[in-house]
Design a protein around this ligand. Sequence first.
Ligand SMILES: NC(=O)c1ccc[n+]([C@@H]2O[C@H](COP(=O)([O-])OP(=O)(O)OC[C@H]3O[C@@H](n4cnc5c(N)ncnc54)[C@H](OP(=O)(O)O)[C@@H]3O)[C@@H](O)[C@H]2O)c1
Length: 276
Amino acid sequence: MTMDKKTLSGRTAIVTGASSGIGLAIAKQLAQASAHVFLAGRTSEPMEEAKHTIEQDGGNATVLTVDLRDPFQVQNLVEAAVMRTGRLDIMVNNAGLEFPSSIVDGSPEEWRAMLETNVLALLVGCQSAVVAMRECGAKGHIVNISSVSAQRRNSGVYGATKHAVNVISASLRDELEEDDIRVTNVLPGATATNFARNFPGPFVEKMIEMSGTELTPKRGEHYSPETLGEFAKNMKKNLCSAEDIANAVMYVVTQPINVNVADIVVRPPRAMTTPH
Ligand SMILES: NC(=O)c1ccc[n+]([C@@H]2O[C@H](COP(=O)([O-])OP(=O)(O)OC[C@H]3O[C@@H](n4cnc5c(N)ncnc54)[C@H](OP(=O)(O)O)[C@@H]3O)[C@@H](O)[C@H]2O)c1
């Protein structure tokens, strides 16, 4: 999205899950609009690379390597941003993951990972952000990344976590009616990111074949933003790009504070029938 370079000047933003995919794209766009961006994730290398690029372009970025499944690390992340800049204006609770399997055959440890990352970390992120935004008198935006999976009742354990995100966003929006803090729920459709890294091999192989790219499936690992960009370019009918979702977030955080953008659904032209 092309935006005045100074639109978010003087604002502080946190993006969770900024080492990859949608979070990385959001962090870059916030920095391009002059926000000081705190990138939080477990894998530091891509976040350090993004920080380097942002600073070369004259922006401000700080990398915080954290495991968001630990509520204290989420609280510390918000405190660190406030300590460093004196404020918090934008909180993007984006980190999330999916282990697609049935309830009958699924693993409780994989359910725990999804519940702690997609729900608990987001809840603590919301709570900590409200405290920080109230303290500094920010006209704040909290953006929670849900999924179109949460538009279906039968979307499995991952879908259940995203239904929870919808309920948390709507409930917090009500709680904050008297504050200058808006809460927006963004529901992406299938998007070309590292998200499918825990998906079954045949699904990933099929997607790679459809894209016509020469990728080797890497279970559990990251592809670079350049590789994913190439993948997204070849799959425009089937997949959003991470930038498409980031554009929606930039729309939200640049609205006047009296504009309450509740939910945004962003999806590619073709609906995906497999979970995402
Ligand atoms: N891609 C899609 O099709 C799609 C569709 C609908 C919704 N979404 C949602 O969009 C959000 C972003 O996903 P994505 O597609 O960009 O996937 P991604 O490329 O896999 O990125 C997920 C991010 O979450 C971070 N993360 C996961 N667990 C973490 C933890 N315990 N602590 C810190 N960071 C953690 C990852 O960091 P590390 O790898 O460094 O741990 C990574 O930066 C998720 O909430 C996802 O549910 C995605």
